[in-house]
Ligand binder design. Structure first.
Ligand code: ADP
Ligand code: MG
Length: 602
């Protein structure tokens, strides 16, 4: 039998290895930005065309390369950053594996120009698919420019996996933020298709955050500063009231490197226990400085995952540092934020005779005959609800919207019996509504239930939503890439009752909203919509609308922990049973449980 094993040519081996390092334009951006930092640059330009498909160029004013280094840097395992295995545990640079440029050159057409500061002339190298096409002297500024053209030109399979430009650009933007946030002393510019997206000037960490997210953003943050033998923690965490329903800006850096570390991320979130509702997440920008010999960053090709020797100590310190920041800046934690799940009943005083609790309700109240005067049956706040659910009014005056009229808006579920009144309700733990039905005890999760009610209404009122003019228009600001995506969503938002104009490239002015949206919540509503939109990459029109309505419903729904009046609870129960699918919320959470009498005591 003939021998069948061959050694793969370098170009093929490089292409295979490239798959690990460069899976989309954003990863090439990461490697080039990191190389510029390692070269000691103080000014870095990123120029991208077509979301990185046709061009990614990074220009730095760093140390530059000699003629032979400019050629050698494209070889696999070519690095100036380590010499022996031991060096792996004293890493002060972003790169050290010596494979990024080799990988990029294997799957693109690359043009490098570089000049060391002491030289008069620089050098230019052109390489395509690992093949050096030319090298010549050239005059160029001090530092290095690397232009990566037509990424994956020779790997169609990978090219086909790329997502649409707005998504690829948002990945690039995310990488750019991770690098630029923590390297805050460096000047950065970032152009996409000739448009300047970021122009950042060197400063401190807080200034960089403000440059990136807008000056107002500072008000959302508390500083964190903690020095210990194991680690120094410095940075910012969001005030609990700015927690969001999606994980937004959560940035953890170790020695100027963005990392993902579920346990450490959890440590920060743990510090917010009891301060924010379940499924809300804080934002944070935290920099840990650790002795390089105590970490291993070589466990993942793109080096976002790291291993710490002192992981459990780090966990404790990080949680404590965050807690201290939250406590120190004006939060009386335990007192104000008792967790509702753990209600402690103090022992009754001696001789105390308990009184039977009274439930006040109007037995003649029929939620199907009456609803709010303007047909608006889903308000956000308890206090606002009261006027809409005034029992006396519902009883004495004929309701503006009759049951029949309402059926055209929301089809009635089989379970709802027109003409029968909803049983009296009790609210438990500020979050659950308990009532009875012929089939048993009904327990309703008020937040999930209200989400369902609001969602169905939003879906059924598309295009007919009433916009309410704001007295003071509200400005909302996004990062440049998010602003592009947000522009795509404006027509859909306008169908839901928003009126949105643009000022500049990244600021939008909202002059009208649907009646129930609070203007103070607009930015967080839009942030959430954008996160969901990007997360699911929805392209079909109907999906996009569902996504919008889901986010709006979540924002508008009455929250767990909000006390409700008797009439509000009854209205909610009645509205819920008018929904075609009352038993789950639009995000798939169960809204209710019915406990049959024979299961009550078993
Ligand atoms: P690594 O960064 O892991 O060493 P790379 O493939 O990214 O590997 O780069 C290879 C080498 O090329 C680096 O070690 C460095 O010496 C040189 N190099 C790459 N980019 C630059 C740059 N922008 N300025 C100066 N030298 C660079
Ligand atoms: Mg590198």
């Amino acid at each position: 039998m003939p021998d069948i094993i061959n050694i793969l040519p370098d170009s093929v081996a490089n292409q295979i290895a490239a798959g690990e390092v460069v899976d989309r334009p954003a990863s090439a951006v990461k490697e080039l930005l990191e190389n510029a930092l390692d070269a000691g640059a103080t000014k870095i330009q990123l120029i991208v065309k077509d979301a990185g498909r046709t061009l990614i160029q990074v220009i730095d004013n760093g140390c530059g390369m000699s003629d032979s280094d400019a050629r050698l840097c494209f070889e696999r395992h070519a690095t100036s950053k380590i010499h022996k295995a031991d060096d792996l545990f004293a890493i002060h640079t972003m790169g050290f594996r010596g494979e990024a440029l080799a990988s990029i050159a294997a799957i693109a057409q690359v043009e490098l120009r570089s000049k060391m500061h002491d030289n008069d002339l620089g050098t230019q190298v052109i390489i395509e698919g690992s093949d050096i096409k030319s090298q010549s002297s050239c005059s160029c500024p001090n530092g290095t420019s690397i232009a990566v053209k037509n990424l994956f030109y020779n790997v169609p399979a990978r090219r086909n996996f790329l997502k649409k430009d707005s998504i690829e650009l948002s990945h690039i933007e995310e990488i750019f933020k991770r690098v630029a946030l923590i390297n805050y002393t460096i000047d950065y510019t970032f152009y996409h298709n000739g448009k300047l997206l970021y122009d950042l000037h060197g400063g401190n960490f807080a200034e960089r955050i403000a440059q990136m997210y807008g000056q107002n953003y500072r008000e959302r943050l508390y500083p964190v500063d903690e020095s210990t033998d194991v680690v120094n923690v410095h940075g910012y965490v969001s005030k609990p009231e700015y927690a969001r329903k999606s994980r937004g800006e959560q940035y953890l850096f170790v020695n100027h490197r963005f990392i993902k570390h579920p346990a450490l991320n959890a440590a920060v979130e743990k510090a917010y226990t009891d301060l924010i509702p379940d499924h809300y997440y804080p934002s944070y920008f935290l920099h840990l400085e650790v002795d390089p010999s105590r970490i291993d960053i070589n466990i993942h090709p793109t080096k976002t995952e790291v291993k710490f020797i002192d992981e459990s100590a780090l966990f404790t310190i990080l949680r404590a540092a965050t807690k201290r920041a939250l406590g120190q800046f004006g939060l009386a934690t335990e007192l104000e934020f008792n967790p509702i799940q753990e209600v402690d009943f103090p022992p009754a005083p001696k001789g105390y005779v308990p009184k039977q609790p009274q439930v006040h309700y109007n037995p003649a109240y029929n939620p199907f005959k009456s609803t709010s005067k303007d047909g608006d049956f889903g308000r956000t706040k308890g206090s606002q609800w009261t006027s809409f659910f005034d029992l006396k009014e519902a009883n004495n005056e004929p309701a503006a919207t009759t049951h029949e009229e309402r059926q055209t808006l929301i089809p009635q579920a089989e379970t709802a019996q027109p003409g029968t009144s909803v049983q009296p309700c009790l609210q438990l733990m500020g979050s659950y509504i308990v009532s009875t039905m012929p089939s048993g005890l009904l327990v309703i999760d008020q937040q999930a239930a209200h989400e369902r009610v609001v969602y169905d209404r939003l879906m059924s009122t598309e295009g007919k939503a009433v916009a309410q003019q704001l007295l003071f228009p509200v400005n909302c600001q996004f990062s440049p890439a998010d602003a592009d995506i947000f522009s795509e969503l404006i027509p859909d938002l306008e169908k839901q009752g928003f009126v949105i104009g643009t000022i500049g490239q990244t600021t939008f002015v909202v002059s009208a909203t649907p009646a129930e949206i609070k203007d103070s919540e607009l930015q967080s509503l839009f942030d959430q919509i954008l996160t969901e939109y990007k997360g699911t990459m929805m392209q079909k029109f109907s999906d996009r609308r569902q996504c919008l309505c889901r986010s709006m419903a979540r924002q508008m729904a009455v929250k767990a922990g909000t006390p409700l009046e008797q009439a509000e609870m009854q209205q909610l129960v009645a509205d819920l049973f008018c929904c075609p699918v009352p038993h789950v919320s639009p995000s798939g959470k169960k809204t209710m449980a019915i406990i049959p009498p024979n299961k009550l005591i078993v």
